[in-house]
Design a protein around this ligand. Structure first.
Ligand SMILES: NC(=O)c1ccc[n+]([C@@H]2O[C@H](COP(=O)([O-])OP(=O)(O)OC[C@H]3O[C@@H](n4cnc5c(N)ncnc54)[C@H](OP(=O)(O)O)[C@@H]3O)[C@@H](O)[C@H]2O)c1
Length: 243
């Protein structure tokens, strides 16, 4: 199996890559912006799991480069993990639209741009799987992160549509909805310790979802319950909360 990971410097993505290298003996292509960091991961994966691994430059918001980026693959990947994301700063996004745009483009527009190209290839070949990492933040808008949340919400809906389109061609799309995960993204944030997952735990859930296969997973599992409760709060009450 050839696995392409987009945004592979993500702590979660790297843990997923290691799972596929270990259990599927997959060759791994790690694509992201910071090639120096990626090269270290490539060496680690090669030594640990004796699979082929390579690093490629990929920028999710350089839309014009996406066609050429994917055209170069020979053979084409069997599966893609879409992991890039940008939490950004909600306060800054309210003051400066450039920050808001960066959050929206990284989490949604960039994903739609590259996934449309990959989806067409998978559809034509009648083969492949896509694992898209969205977020529980996309399930309901909150004042503390609604720019990021709305971009993730759009990604979740996009992945749902893609799954609907591609299942007819034997291509499976998995939507991953993590809660809090201990990664570079959440470094320095004050989060409830009991609710934080490690990247390796999230990777385990993702790999299990791939094997089953599942359509949508919350990770860790209790976020399904938490989000059910959060979605159930009537809007007239919810709007008064400081979440
Ligand atoms: N951590 C959480 O609590 C949490 C919760 C829910 C959902 N998520 C989602 O899970 C995914 C992985 O996040 P993580 O927590 O593992 O975060 P992370 O360690 O901060 O990784 C995010 C990665 O995205 C890459 N990236 C950002 N902008 C990019 C761009 N324009 N082009 C290509 N790559 C880009 C960065 O790669 P470079 O270093 O190469 O720039 C970075 O390594 C994200 O989509 C995130 O939104 C995370």
């Amino acid at each position: 199996m050839n696995l392409l990971i987009l945004g592979a410097n993500s702590d979660i993505a790297y843990a997923v890559g290691k799972k596929f290298a270990q259990h599927e003996h997959a060759d791994i292509c790690l694509a992201s912006r910071d090639l120096r960091l990626l090269e270290k991961k490539v060496q680690d994966i090669k030594i640990r799991y004796r699979v082929n691994a390579e690093a490629l430059f990929f920028d999710a918001v350089d839309y014009a480069s996406h066609n050429d980026f994917f055209k170069k693959f020979d053979p084409k990947p069997d599966g893609v993990v879409l992991a890039f994301g940008y939490l950004g700063n909600q306060q800054d996004a309210q003051q400066d639209f450039n920050e808001a745009r960066h959050i929206i483009e990284t989490n949604f527009t960039g994903a739609a741009s590259i996934l449309e190209i990959i989806a067409s290839d998978f559809e034509r070949r009648g083969h492949g799987f896509i694992i898209g990492i969205s977020s529980v933040a996309g399930e309901r808008g909150r004042q503390s992160n609604y720019v990021y949340g709305s971009a993730k919400g759009a990604l979740t809906v996009y992945l749902s549509g893609l799954r609907n389109r591609l299942c007819k061609s034997g291509v499976h799309v998995i939507t991953v909805l993590p809660g809090f995960v201990r990664t570079r993204m959440t470094e320095g944030l004050e989060l409830p310790e009991k609710l934080i997952a490690e990247p390796a735990e999230v990777a385990e859930d993702i790999y299990r979802a791939y094997k089953k296969p599942e359509d949508i997973i919350y990770t860790k599992w209790f976020w399904k319950l938490i989000m059910f409760l959060i979605r159930s709060i009537p809007e007239r009450l919810f709007k008064r909360l400081s979440l």
